[in-house]
Design a binder for this molecule. Structure first.
Ligand code: IDC
Length: 459
């Protein structure tokens, strides 16, 4: 087939082609649509999303080409494809998990570019040499709208490349909420509140924050293990993923809790091994401790989980309160250069939008093409969990995470008397979790982001 295509190309102007080659199969239908969006722009630079939709016959490999405007635009770095620039032409070639595109299928790429002067849209988008002039009505991503929960649609998750992938081996983003410390706010996690989370918020996941210290697990291991398990079941019954968060915080060295972690994870992994909705987060926020020490902890806890539950995704906290080291003056390179020796794992990144801004976002943009990242905790406020909500920083963050398909959980689905809480104080003493009146400013913003339709690929 390749040979014929090459020949056709060479002989494109020749007459009598049919006579030359004999009867031809009908030419493959081709066509494509490109949605190009500048998702953020700053002095001299910008980030763009490029969504390709294949409107022709299925392809098993593709290259997208486009022309940068004559304004000093340059490709700096791209993701979800192999990117190159030659002169003003940029090419992006499909990679292992997205090189097959069925008819109507889409894939999202993105890149960071630099520019001088103005920043117009690139032109002449082609897919495998065919101009992407197609248009489609909003394709709608769920073929059976209203049916299927996040777990029902996506099934057992795994890590593929730098992405979280579903049972169809396609990258997905999960958007959801974290509990507050279950030792303090257990009254907030009941049938009514979890129904609201699944149905009204359309949350894909519940992160179960089990503090180890601060009156948490260490005071009653059996009791907290059983409380976590029952929340896993409640999430499962509603089709939500459950992130089991071993919420270490103070002391910051996870090795302080190594024996407890082994005991806890051996138990929850054995008990939940057959479930498809469980993801393990082995250390919330290591701090004041080196990456080497965190890695050493991870390499002792991960095998304990694997022995009982071999196929689950496991998330490893990172240095500097899960900032990939940035809050400790380091960067993601310490992880890239010395990754945890295990497969099917991701790395945690946390941010608080009022405290962590452009340099943290730049880190995530860079790291996302090298490391599988999961934002297992973030706040719309300052790192204290209080203060004023930062709407613009939160929006910039969530746009970035959507673009990169990075999953996230917001701190917190609780009625704590602090601005990071999504529910107003006193809500959990009542029965209404659904009306807009129970939402804080942060809750309203986050619910509006989480409750939009998911676009989980199903083939
Ligand atoms: C905060 C809670 C607050 C509690 C404090 C100490 O919001 O009510 O008193 O912990 O336990 C984190 C941590 C998370 C923090 C949160 C806000 O993972 O436990 O919760 N935060 O400070 N990292 C950065 C911020």
């Amino acid at each position: 087939m390749k040979r014929i295509v090459a020949l056709l190309a060479t002989c494109a102007t020749a007459v009598g082609l049919t006579a030359l080659l004999g009867p031809q199969p009908a030419a493959a239908a081709a066509g494509c649509k490109v949605d190009y969006t500048v998702t953020s722009q700053w002095q001299g630079g910008f980030q763009a999303g490029v969504k390709i939709t294949n409107l022709g016959d299925p392809v098993t490999g593709w290259t997208l080409n486009f022309t940068l405007p004559d304004s000093g635009q340059k490709l700096v770095q791209g993701w979800n494809a192999t990117w190159a620039q030659s002169g003003s032409t940029v090419s992006a070639a499909g990679i292992d998990w997205n090189r097959t595109l069925a008819t109507g299928a889409s894939t999202d790429l993105g890149f960071v570019g630099s520019f001088t002067g103005s920043n117009p849209k690139p032109s002449a988008f082609t897919l495998n040499g065919v101009a992407c002039t197609g248009s489609v009505e909003d394709p709608g991503t769920d073929p059976n709208p209203g049916t299927g929960t996040p777990v029902g649609v996506n099934g057992q998750l795994h890590v593929c490349g730098v992405n979280l992938c579903n049972q169809y081996n396609r990258p997905i983003q999960l958007r959801g909420m974290s509990t507050h410390g279950i030792q303090w706010f257990s009254k907030c996690y009941n049938s009514a509140s979890l129904d609201a989370l699944a149905k009204d918020w359309k949350s894909d996941l519940l992160r179960i924050a089990m503090y180890v210290q601060e009156d948490g697990y260490e005071t009653d291991p059996a009791g907290f293990t059983s409380r976590v398990n029952s929340l896993v079941d409640m999430a499962e019954a509603r089709g939500m993923y459950a992130l089991i968060d071993f919420h270490t915080l103070t002391p910051g060295d996870p090795n302080y809790n190594l024996d407890r972690a082994k005991t806890f994870f051996a138990s929850v992994a054995a008990r939940n091994a057959a479930k498809k909705n469980v993801v393990y987060e082995i250390a919330n926020e290591p701090n004041g401790v080196s990456w080497t020490a965190i890695k050493n902890y991870a390499e002792q806890v991960i095998p304990v989980i694997r022995a009982a539950d071999p196929d689950a995704v496991i998330i490893v906290g990172t240095r500097g309160w899960s900032s990939l080291g940035v809050s400790d003056g380091s960067s993601e390179t310490e992880v890239v250069n010395n990754p945890v020796n295990a497969t099917n794992i991701m790395y945690a990144f946390h941010f608080y939008a009022a405290s962590h801004k452009d340099n943290y976002r730049a880190t995530v943009s860079r790291a996302a093409s090298k490391l599988p990242l999961f934002v297992t905790e973030f706040g719309t406020v300052s790192a204290t969990g209080g203060g004023t909500m930062d709407r613009s920083s939160t929006t910039a963050w969530l746009d970035l995470l959507d673009q990169l398909k990075i999953s996230y959980a917001n701190w917190t689905y609780s009625d704590a008397n602090e601005s990071s809480a999504a529910l107003k104080p006193g809500t959990c003493d009542g029965t209404d979790y659904s009306s807009s009146g129970v939402l804080t400013e942060s809750g309203a913003l986050i619910k509006s982001r989480i409750s939009t339709a998911d676009s989980f690929p199903t083939s």
